[in-house]
Design a protein around this ligand. Structure first.
Ligand SMILES: [Zn+2]
Length: 309
């Protein structure tokens, strides 16, 4: 992270974003199950955007981020507002382009190397190929361990303008006390764990990585948010759970996404074939359905940029 080199400009754009701060996000088994962390919508807050310098080769891309929340907590973005004046009707008949961000978590935890060596696939190249074929901009939340296991893919994804690579921790361990039995990251190791993921992206040769962080299992608390705040990262959770984790059948995934999505939504899916084997088919079916309904698929950074007033 380039916290110390962040520039501030008097002319920087301001974000009008919906900040949803949940005291404890409903966690998701293996990073997605049920619950969306959509507890308690705060009033829209006007927050200054921060940009990291594009000239810093070793730093993240210059993308919109949110200012720290009250109490010195890292900001949490769950979904965007939809500013179209005439289009806020839930049935989507109001006209205008409706934004939606598909996000994919590349889950591989520390300690899972032996499973990968035995043939378990924590990656999903067919999914990436489908996203490219359908020209779907997407934000990929990779663990550092994932990038270490699949450096060629991390590099390829991380150099493709269709995508941006975001931080899903290095270890995929829990940043809150109780999170599906996942091992816990001690508080004094949290920032280091996140930084280590960025290090893995750098070593893989990824360039298009962004200062967005998603908690493993979706689990976090105020202590984790305060601990990560100095890193300058924006926490990006979701409002739509696809239910693709451990789903063998794409049908319920497709139905769930289409039933829950609304303009500005952030949808969580997975880029981990062994734990989410139906995701590629679900994406193949969801993407045209969303486009038919007037949605424009975009990366989280584009969704955040759309909040600029
Ligand atoms: Zn995960």
């Amino acid at each position: 992270m380039a916290t110390s080199t962040r520039t501030r400009s008097a002319t920087r754009p301001r974000l009008l974003a919906t900040l949803l701060i949940a005291s404890l996000a409903p966690a998701l088994a293996a990073c997605a199950g049920s619950g969306a962390g959509d507890a308690g919508r705060a009033a829209p807050a006007r927050s200054p955007a921060r940009a990291t310098p594009s000239a810093a080769r070793a730093g993240p891309m210059a993308v919109p981020t949110l200012a720290a929340a009250s109490g010195g907590r890292a900001p949490v973005f769950t979904r965007g507002t939809w500013p179209a004046k005439d289009g806020n009707r839930a049935d989507g008949t109001g006209g205008g382009t409706k934004p939606v961000a598909l996000t994919f978590d590349g889950d591989m935890a520390v300690g899972q190397g032996p499973r990968a060596a035995r043939g378990e696939r924590f990656d999903n190249p067919a999914l990436i190929a489908t996203l490219r074929r359908l020209k779907v901009p997407a934000t990929m939340f990779l663990t550092g361990r994932w990038a270490e296991q699949y450096p060629d893919q991390a590099r390829s994804i991380g150099r493709d303008p269709l995508f941006e690579v975001a931080n899903h921790s290095y270890s995929h361990h829990a940043f809150a006390d109780s999170c599906y039995g996942m091992p816990h990251v001690p508080q004094d190791a949290m920032r280091g764990d996140a930084e280590r993921a960025f290090d893995a992206f750098r070593r893989a040769g990824a360039r298009r990585w962004v200062p967005y962080f998603r908690f493993p299992g979706g689990c976090y608390d105020d202590r984790a948010l305060r601990t990560l705040a100095p890193s300058g990262m924006t926490v990006v959770q979701w409002d739509v759970v696809s239910g693709d984790a451990f789903a063998d059948d794409a049908d319920p995934v497709v139905r769930q996404v289409l039933a829950q999505v609304r303009p500005g939504s952030v949808v969580v899916l997975h880029c981990t074939r062994s734990a989410a084997p139906a995701t590629e088919e679900a994406v193949r079916r969801v993407v045209p359905a969303l486009r038919d309904r007037g949605y424009r698929l975009m990366k989280v950074s584009q969704l955040l940029a759309g909040q600029v007033r």
